[in-house]
Design a protein around this ligand. Structure first.
Ligand code: ADP
Ligand code: MG
Ligand code: MG
Length: 251
């Protein structure tokens, strides 16, 4: 479904991704783990189409060339990115924001716009998933939201967009254990045979709740090891030192 081949990314003369190869099948959940600065967020941004990067390689989703597409076209093709640092948008109502985002994806899929009434019903169902109260719809996007509330708002967006490929960038960072459980159960509810997920995390803890089919270790902009969920347990015990040292040996 997602095919990534020799993906590189640089900002100016800083090379960040050094040739990533990854295959994600329909319905699979892949975890990407790695030390700070290894390129995890850059990888997520490159999939979503954030500008500012010089990108080369191949990225296709269901055979369509993602790298040729603008971010909006990628969203329409079913790519969703949950941000490590969700932005606050003061003055923009959360409900308006979510409905506009959903409608723009629906339009480009050839579906009609959702009515205000149907949207509210849909949003309320989705908000139950992440245990958000309805009044969050009437506030400005993420403005004054706690860290956990922002992350829940990201999962709410994902639930509404029903993406084909969800990329969650450190959705667990800064969350206490209760917020983590809520986020994870929301994510687990959204797993399905037609939806693939890339869950990026620095810590193994999230993977106690979201059990990945595959785990990949990213070091220095390269996947240096892949395995099943037991690889995450190994990392929990031994840290990234083995992998980082090997990466240095190779350099
Ligand atoms: P991670 O998410 O794994 O912590 P990032 O993808 O955020 O890593 O960053 C990877 C590397 O790229 C880091 O060394 C970081 O400093 C660098 N980097 C990220 N964004 C920029 C930027 N806008 N300009 C220059 N370097 C950047
Ligand atoms: Mg980081
Ligand atoms: Mg990051």
């Amino acid at each position: 479904m997602l095919h990534v081949e020799n993906l590189t990314a640089a900002i100016g003369d800083k090379q960040i991704l050094n040739g990533i190869d990854l295959e994600v099948g329909a319905g699979e959940v892949h975890a990407i783990m790695g030390p700070n600065g290894s390129g995890k967020s850059t990888f997520a941004h490159t999939l979503a189409g954030r500008d500012g990067y010089d990108v080369s390689g191949v990225v296709t989703l269901d055979g369509a060339d993602l790298l040729e597409m603008e971010p909006e076209q990628r969203a329409a093709a079913g790519v969703f990115l949950g941000f490590q640092y969700p932005v606050e948008i003061p003055g923009v109502n959360n409900m308006y924001f979510l409905r506009t985002a959903l409608n723009s994806v629906r339009r480009s899929r050839g579906d009609g716009e959702i009515s205000a009434r149907d949207f509210l019903k849909f949003a309320n169902e989705a908000m139950e998933l992440v245990e958000m109260k309805e009044d969050f719809l009437n506030r400005a996007v993420n403005a004054g939201f706690s860290g956990g509330e922002k992350k829940r708002n990201e999962i709410l967006q994902m639930a509404l967009m029903q993406p084909r490929l969800a990329v969650l960038d450190e959705t667990d960072s800064g969350l206490d254990i209760d917020a983590l459980r809520i986020i994870a159960s929301g994510v687990n509810e959204l797993r399905g045979p037609e939806r693939s997920m890339i869950v990026i995390t620095h810590y193994q803890r999230l993977l106690d709740y979201i059990k990945p089919d595959f785990v990949h270790v990213l070091v220095d902009g390269r996947i240096v090891q892949s395995g099943d969920h037991t690889l995450a347990l190994h990392l929990e015990e031994h840290g990234y030192a083995d992998f980082v040292n090997h990466a240095l040996d190779d350099a």
